[in-house]
Design a protein around this ligand. Structure first.
Ligand code: 5GP
Length: 268
């Protein structure tokens, strides 16, 4: 098994030299594998605050790749259409090539992050019944959209998404339903790991047939807020996600590995 994997890894590293480089995101490098598939290489890079804070952490690429693979497989099993094909090496993922929808989708179960910041700045009013402290439950959850291909991600209203021709009203409804289902599946899976899914970001893309499916990565500590349930019940927020880096409250690899180990107990 190990030698088979090593062979595949060596093959990938030899192939990588010959693959066409497409682009780099904040944490991933993208290569063209064929006309209709791409390879994502998960790196050890981490950035926050629109790229203003940057660093690298050993093993981060491998841990996030494995966690994304874990969730893609679970979501597929539960009927969520995704771009995931397979992971040829511990840090790379083969995916279907898509036409990426130019909005990012955020699902929130608890008050945190930019929602809290925008509320405290007086920029938004909160939906009825939502508390105003970090960690307040958002009854029923809420969805938000932000721009994807602008210099800085900004919240965008559904009217603007429709008038820009980014998504139709029906497609927004479809994405709302799919994102809620993703939230419910991941939250349900996490109950036995003692972790709360506070919020997350996902992206979607269109296949050549026009079907909208889940793209990018999902369920990783780069794109979700995960809180330890036992601490939360005592009134504290203990993060196992990128907030550790954003807030300078610990070693990112240690936090990501702790999350990974808790998921592994859940048969990663
Ligand atoms: P917030 O809007 O509160 O900063 O983020 C909400 C959720 O979306 C958090 O789980 C956060 O990690 C995720 N998120 C927001 N923007 C990005 C982004 O540009 N990349 C990734 N990977 N996740 C993001």
């Amino acid at each position: 098994m190990t030698s088979y994997l090593n062979k595949r890894c060596n093959l990938w590293h030899m192939q990588k030299e010959n693959l066409k480089y497409v682009s780099s995101g904040k944490a991933k490098d993208i290569y063209e594998n064929s006309n209709d598939t791409l390879i994502f290489e998960f790196t050890d890079r981490v950035t926050a605050f629109d790229g203003k804070k940057k660093s690298e952490y050993n093993e981060k690429g491998e841990i996030t790749c494995k966690i994304a693979e874990y969730w893609f497989k679970i979501l597929e099993k539960n009927g969520i259409p995704t771009h995931y094909i397979e992971c040829p090496t511990p840090t790379s993922m083969l995916v279907k090539r898509l036409d990426i929808v130019p909005v990012e989708v955020i699902w929130r179960n608890y008050m945190a992050g930019s929602l809290l910041r925008r509320y405290l700045a007086g920029d938004i009013t909160l939906p009825q019944g939502v508390g105003t402290e970090e960690g307040s439950l958002i009854p029923g959850g809420m969805i938000e959209f932000t721009t994807k291909f602008e210099a800085v991600d900004r919240p965008v209203a559904t009217d603007e998404i429709i008038s820009n021709g980014w998504l139709s009203e029906e497609e927004i409804e479809y994405i709302r339903d799919l994102t809620k289902r993703i939230n419910d599946i991941i939250s349900q899976e996490l109950t036995s790991s003692g972790i709360i899914l506070a919020d997350f970001k996902v992206e979607y893309g269109r296949t050549p047939d026009g079907e909208i499916i889940l793209a990018d990565e999902v369920g990783t500590p780069d794109g979700c807020r995960f809180w330890k349930k036992d601490e939360f019940e005592k009134g504290f927020i203990a993060s196992l996600d990128k907030d550790v880096f954003r807030k300078n409250i610990g070693d990112l690899t240690v936090a990501y590995r702790e999350l990974f180990n808790k998921l592994q107990k859940n048969n990663i």
